[in-house]
Ligand binder design. Structure first.
Ligand code: 0WE
Length: 258
């Protein structure tokens, strides 16, 4: 059965109670995992306070700031994991950012700086965290990241994020090929659109969700908890033969042609 007891799981990307990472953290906890939570600290510590309050019921044994654009913070995150936990079994990567201007209008007008930012935060961060986690990860370990259909189709306005997610999915395959000999699996979940802090900042997200509700085989969108259940499966021994894959958790939307 799905059992993650005794496994140490680091979850990145919780911003609030709508975060997909929050759905994943809840389902990993439900399956018995020991949780470590990272957050993006702001100057006033407001995010830290909100996220700390949110995750308290999950009894995390680590709660650390980790800005992937800050190499020192990433280094100290994994030093703390080594000190406090000794080893790691599960790494959940739920991080993405592009400048808002680069998520509408003409893709061909994306600036070098905007392109660099999107791929740095959304794509390189997986490689960076996997590289830092590798020496700490136990055999049977699992890395899961979040992707989106815009990686493989031209979704209106997703623009530079589509390129970032394409790079992310390719990175999943290269990491899976490398880490497989250590029996560490690497997979992505391609989630359908969900209302979150990130997506709510996007113009037209409600129309996209409405479209999915009309077209997807299940005639609805997916929930953070459903993505969390798929992540828990991929992290469990039930998925011991699955690596390098992109698993669609999208109410079936991806299979449709019209
Ligand atoms: O990957 C995402 C969200 C990515 C995202 C969203 C924002 C909004 C606010 C990255 N960076 C930012 N930066 C901001 O300043 N999704 C899959 C959700 C999403 O985002 C879209 C979508 C969908 C769906 C953007 C355009 C079109 C569709």
């Amino acid at each position: 059965m799905l059992d993650l007891t005794g496994k140490n799981a680091l979850v990145t990307g919780i911003a609030n109670n709508r975060s997909i990472a929050w759905g994943i953290a809840q389902q990993l906890h439900k399956a018995g995992a020991n949780l470590g939570i990272t957050y993006l600290s702001d100057e006033k510590g407001k995010i830290e306070k909100k996220v700390a309050e949110l995750v308290r019921p999950l009894n995390p044994t680590l709660f650390l700031p980790c800005d992937v654009q800050n190499d020192e913070e990433v280094k100290s995150t994994f030093e703390t994991i080594r000190e406090k936990w000794g080893s790691l079994d599960i790494l959940i990567h739920c991080l993405a950012f592009a400048n808002k201007d680069d998520l509408s209008g003409d893709f061909s007008q994306t600036s070098r700086e905007g392109f660099r930012t999107a791929l740095d935060v959304s794509t390189y961060s997986l490689v960076q965290l996997a590289g830092a986690a590798k020496p700490l990860m136990n055999a049977g370990g699992s890395i899961v990241t979040l992707s989106y259909l815009g990686a493989v189709r031209a979704v209106p306005n997703y623009n530079v994020m589509g390129v970032a997610k394409a790079g992310l999915e390719a990175s999943v395959r290269y990491l899976a090929a490398e880490l497989g000999s250590a029996n560490i699996r690497v997979n992505a979940i391609s989630a359908g659109p969900i209302r979150t802090l990130a997506s709510s900042a996007v113009g037209g997200i409600l129309d996209m969700i409405h479209h999915v509700e009309q077209v997807a085989p299940l005639r609805r969108t997916v929930t953070q908890i459903e993505v969390g259940n798929a992540a828990a499966f991929l992290c469990s021994d039930l998925a011991s033969g699955i690596t390098g894959q992109v698993l669609y958790v999208d109410a079936g939307y991806e299979i449709m042609g019209m």
